[in-house]
Ligand binder design. Structure first.
Ligand code: ZN
Length: 239
């Protein structure tokens, strides 16, 4: 068991605050609530700050604070007996085990992403703020809750090196090297899915040209400045 006394409390507090901020943003976007959860590694440790199991709470997710964020280890065990991680915490722990480059994970239940998980139609690069979908967004074809390390390992393997994976008839997972990146990616994926749903009812779509994507490098996704600008703006809205 990790001794929490050896970790700088300011580091834990700052990480919990970022997870609380992502929770507020995702709840405002109607992507989580009461189910769904963002998480972040505590820097330099094998600990994860994750939205606590609030399913039976009467508190709005748009109002969560650091006090609502649980600390768990990579086995999913809580370090504070009073606040445990959600049932689907293994989505987070197993991605962190598989992807040392990933610092933050968002699992959400957004309706347009779920719509694309149940049709044989790929998400296309139709929006300049979500061109990463051109790398492909796989769908994990099991609709049950991911409540075991074994199921989560399957999901992490399907995610591979990518930023996104969809869960059939269930939701989405986005990852990133910071809470800001994972949160902005998660929201952008849902907005892009909504845009595509609208556009495809209007007529045949014209995705961003693959040569333009590769020549400009935008297939690599948003720049850090673009991520920070959105995260900082949404933070103002959230508090
Ligand atoms: Zn879920």
């Amino acid at each position: 068991m990790i001794n929490i006394a050896n970790i700088d409390p300011k580091l834990i507090s700052a990480t919990k605050h970022e997870v609380a901020t992502a929770t507020r943003i995702l709840a405002r976007e109607k992507m989580i609530g009461p189910f769904g959860h963002p998480s972040s590694r505590i820097p330099g440790t094998d600990l994860v700050a994750i939205l606590g199991d609030t399913h039976f709470s009467v508190k709005l997710l748009t109002e969560v604070t650091e006090d609502d964020i649980a600390l768990i280890d990579l086995d999913g065990e809580p370090l504070d007996p009073e606040i445990s991680g959600p049932g689907e915490r293994f989505i987070h722990t197993q991605i962190y085990r598989a992807r040392p480059d990933v610092f933050s994970v968002v699992h959400a239940h957004p309706m347009y992403c779920i719509a694309f998980s149940v049709v044989d139609r790929p998400l296309l690069p139709l929006w300049h703020l979500c061109t990463e979908v051109s790398q492909g967004v796989p769908v994990h074809m099991k609709s049950i809750q991911i409540d075991s390390p074994q199921l989560a390992d399957e999901l992490a393997a399907l995610l591979g090196h990518r930023s996104f994976v969809l869960l059939h008839a269930h939701g989405s997972v986005a990852v990133g090297e910071s809470m800001a990146t994972a949160c902005v990616r998660s929201v952008s994926l849902e907005r892009s899915a909504r845009l595509q749903s609208i556009a495809e009812t209007l007529g045949s779509t014209k995705p961003i040209d693959s040569r333009e994507l590769s020549e400009t490098g935008v297939s690599q996704g948003l720049t850090q400045a673009e991520i920070n600008a959105q995260w900082d703006y949404w933070k103002i809205e959230a508090y």
